[in-house]
Every structure is written in C-alpha cells, then in structure tokens.
Write a protein that binds this ligand. Sequence first.
Ligand SMILES: NC(=O)c1ccc[n+]([C@@H]2O[C@H](COP(=O)([O-])OP(=O)(O)OC[C@H]3O[C@@H](n4cnc5c(N)ncnc54)[C@H](OP(=O)(O)O)[C@@H]3O)[C@@H](O)[C@H]2O)c1
Length: 260
Amino acid sequence: MPDFKGLDLSGKTAIVTGASRGLGAGTAILLGKRGANVVVNYVSPGSRERAEKVAAQIEENGTKAIVCHADVSKINESKKLVAAALKISTTGKIDILIHNASLGNEANLVATTEELYDTHFNTNVKGPIFLTKAVEPYLPQGGRIVFISSAGARLGVAGQTVYAATKAANEALARVWAKELGQSHGITVNSINPGPIATDQWYQSDEQFLKDMQPLIESTPAAARVGEVDDIAPLVAFLCSDDARWTTGSTLSANGGLYN
Ligand SMILES: NC(=O)c1ccc[n+]([C@@H]2O[C@H](COP(=O)([O-])OP(=O)(O)OC[C@H]3O[C@@H](n4cnc5c(N)ncnc54)[C@H](OP(=O)(O)O)[C@@H]3O)[C@@H](O)[C@H]2O)c1
C-alpha cells in the first residue's frame, strides 16, 4: 500500500495571503486537499466572491476554510488573519504561513517613484515581517513558513527595480528566520522562486515587458512556456510537509530551470 504520510497536512491550520486568485488560490486549495484548514485572504473588495469560491472548494474537499479580508501592508490587519486562523484551528496553533500576497508592477530605475517603492515594500516585505511576528506565538514545533519569491530576485530582469528588490528581501528573510526560528522553535522557513506564471500578475504586465520576456520563456529548459499554478503549488505544499523537515533557509527553484 502506498504511504504518503510524510506529505499529509491533516489537522494543520494554514494562512495563505492573497489566496483569492492565481498561485495563492491554487496553493490554498491544494493545502486543503492535503488535509489543512485554510485561511483564504484577500484585499480588493471585488475579490470577495472569488475568495468565497476558493473557500467553498476547500470545504467541498472536506476541511475547514475561512475567508479573511486583510491588507497585509497594514501592520494592524495582521491580527485579523491570526484571529481567523484561530477560529478554524482545532489545536490553538497556526502551523503554516504562506507569504504569497504581492504587488509586482514593472518600472525601471528612472520610472521608479516613491509611491511605487512604498506600496511594494509595504506589501511584499513589511507585511510578511509583521504578519510573521503576529503568528509566531502560535507556530508550533514543526511549523512552516514559505515565501513566494520570484526568479526576478536572481535573474536581473529589466523593469523590475523595486519588485526584484522585494523578492530578494523575501529570500534573505527566509535565511535569517531559518536561524532565528530553527533550533529554538523547530520551524522551517523557505522560499520558492517561480519564473513567469500564467496568472493575473503576469497578464497585467505591460505589452513591451511581455514582448521582451518572450525569448526568455522560449529558452526555459524544462519547456518553452510560462509556468502554470499547478506547476508551483505542489512544491509549496511539499515545503509545508513533514518530509521537508530537513530543508530550511533555502530557495527552491520552480521556474523550469531558468535560474537556480
Ligand atoms: N505571476 C507571475 O508571473 C509570478 C512570477 C514569479 C513570482 N510570482 C509571485 O507569486 C505570488 C502570487 O502571484 P500571482 O501571480 O498569483 O498574483 P496575482 O494573480 O496578481 O494575485 C495577487 C494576490 O495577492 C493579493 N494581494 C495583493 N496585495 C495584497 C494586500 N495588500 N493584502 C492582501 N492580499 C493582497 C491579491 O488579492 P485581491 O484579489 O484581493 O486583490 C491576490 O489574491 C506573488 O508573490 C508573486 O510575486 C508571480
């Protein structure tokens, strides 16, 4: 009989930020399928219905889900996510924290404004720092934190001055927290770094950026295409599992071999 126990997330409680669409939605649904209860976070009023559909799909698969409106860029809203998680947790613990919500507007150096800098750093870096701080008291031994980084953190893609810096910061935070929360707390902290994924963030990129990226996509070693949510979410779920206990502070490439 096959034994997948090491990948099983039954009884765990997870927060997935930005789970109303794209990779966050796919990850939330998969964590649910693996047995976790999941907080489905969103921020745009227009995404409530989408978040509710994600939660309904999780519940259809047999675990608990709760929709939580919270803006991760605002420190005060972290407590909404913690409260939501504790409502569906059967243990009083929050086992899994996925930092997925992100802004990713393109701007090269000369087009970079202070507003773009502030919105992106607040959402992509400040948000995860203070949300992790809020969740830390509830993370048990064996807890898991996963950042969704980007190949942009390493590739040096023109037009990603601020976005790439925020994603490099995510990978740095994973390395720091792997030490701070490792031996003392028994928690692993890792990053996944996807290349282009077929989601709203990708298709909302400006036309010239998409054109410039085409040769890169065609050179992707694994296949000449952009990634799909289903290419990435299983790797996130793996890092949340007991089988991944000996991986921490690392960045797992999920970009078809564009960069390691
Ligand atoms: N798509 C790509 O090509 C690509 C490539 C590499 C890495 N990534 C990374 O993968 C992750 C997911 O990207 P995606 O393409 O799935 O993104 P997406 O389709 O643009 O979805 C973004 C998600 O983040 C949420 N969000 C944005 N700001 C938020 C905030 N302040 N508070 C709470 N939630 C917020 C959005 O919520 P609403 O629906 O409520 O607005 C939405 O659920 C991101 O970290 C991104 O950087 C993406």
